[in-house]
Design a protein around this ligand. Structure first.
Ligand SMILES: C[S@@+](CC[C@H](N)C(=O)[O-])C[C@H]1O[C@@H](n2cnc3c(N)ncnc32)[C@H](O)[C@@H]1O
Length: 319
């Protein structure tokens, strides 16, 4: 709801400024897209923020975006602002960095932002061996003693499946100040690329991020049970043995027709998504291109799954 102090335009002025008919403003309000302030007497008053929102609605509508059921156009814009802020913080730190220790999956374009830094590739593609992790910890601490700004650059969100905690703990123990810049985890990137929200009113109220991978000597986790209990699941580092992953998910209680999306090399060259049902997971994964793969499961992907099955059927009929 617009704040009364900012709501200064009566409907005819707001319509004039927005280049629309007053009736259009009422329609957008009825659809929940605009929330003008209502005076105690019931008169609508619009703010500059409402007019911005109106501009955005008009732009999206002109681009053919169906806003049916959408209530949060401005919040999406705020989210973009937040991401922009995050990116500019990362940009600034990379520009200031003297040395950057980076994972294999970090794109070249991002490394180029570290114009004056020494670039040191560390880490394996999926999880790191504990001795090499100890070695990375030590190199980070040594570098922090020699350089002003040391950046440890990881793919996605550094705080998810990235062994960041071990590095942070080691650096803190060595009295080295650490600042974490959050990133976009693969599940959020997939959700954005697909245009499918991981949560959906009445369909998905819980999301689990899990991995079947366990380090050497670690106990197996209840990842499959957790995935089966959630409405939506994002499985990291799970594609190497898709058949075992599928079988364990079925044993944990997921239906063989659970919609699945296999998202490979998200935001990287060769990005690829394939979709279908859980029963076909091994075949879906085997068609990917060798890049990192994220598995997504749940009814929110029902449309993608149906489309994937249809296009696979059409392709096999044409062959
Ligand atoms: C060691 S984990 C790192 C996760 C990362 N910190 C994140 O937040 O996305 C690596 C796993 O993340 C997923 N992943 C990372 N980057 C990806 C990408 N570009 N496309 C698809 N999956 C990705 C894959 O499941 C991969 O096996």
């Amino acid at each position: 709801m617009t704040d009364s102090r900012d709501a200064v335009y009566i409907i005819s002025v707001a319509a004039e400024l927005g280049g629309v008919h007053p009736q259009t403003l009422r329609i957008y309000e009825r659809r929940g897209l605009l929330h003008p302030y209502r005076t105690p007497g019931g008169t609508r008053r619009y703010s500059d923020r409402d007019l911005e929102q109106l501009g955005l609605i008009q732009e999206l509508t002109a681009d053919g975006v169906n806003l049916e059921g959408v209530r949060q156009v401005l919040e999406l814009r705020d989210e973009v602002e937040r991401l922009r802020h995050q990116v500019s913080r990362l940009r600034r730190l990379l520009g200031e960095a003297d040395i950057v220790f980076h994972d294999a999956l970090v794109p070249q374009e991002m490394l180029q932002l570290a114009e004056k830094a020494i670039l040191v590739p560390v880490g394996k593609r999926c999880g790191q061996h504990s001795t090499s992790q100890r070695f990375i910890n030590k190199r980070l601490a040594d570098a922090a003693r020699r350089h002003q700004v040391v950046v440890r650059l990881k793919g996605g969100d550094p705080m998810l499946f990235g062994r960041a905690q071990e590095e942070i703990a080691f650096l803190k123990k060595n009295r080295i100040r650490v600042e974490v810049v959050p990133g976009i985890t693969a599940a959020s990137a997939a959700s954005a690329q697909l245009g499918v929200s991981l949560t959906l009113r009445g369909v998905s109220r819980s999301v689990v991020f899990a991995t079947p991978r366990a380090g050497e000597g670690e106990e197996r986790s209840a990842w499959a049970k957790a995935a089966a209990a959630a409405d939506t699941a994002a499985l990291y580092m799970a594609a190497h043995d898709a058949q075992a992953v599928r079988d364990e998910l079925l044993r944990a209680g997921l239906r063989s027709e659970t919609p699945v999306v296999v998202a490979a090399s998200l935001t990287l060259p060769g990005e690829q998504t394939r979709s279908g049902f859980l029963i076909d997971l091994p075949a879906l994964v085997s068609g990917t291109n060798g890049g990192p793969v994220l598995l997504l499961l749940g009814e929110v992907f029902a449309q993608e799954a149906a489309a994937g099955v249809l296009s696979a059927r059409t392709a096999s009929q044409a062959a």
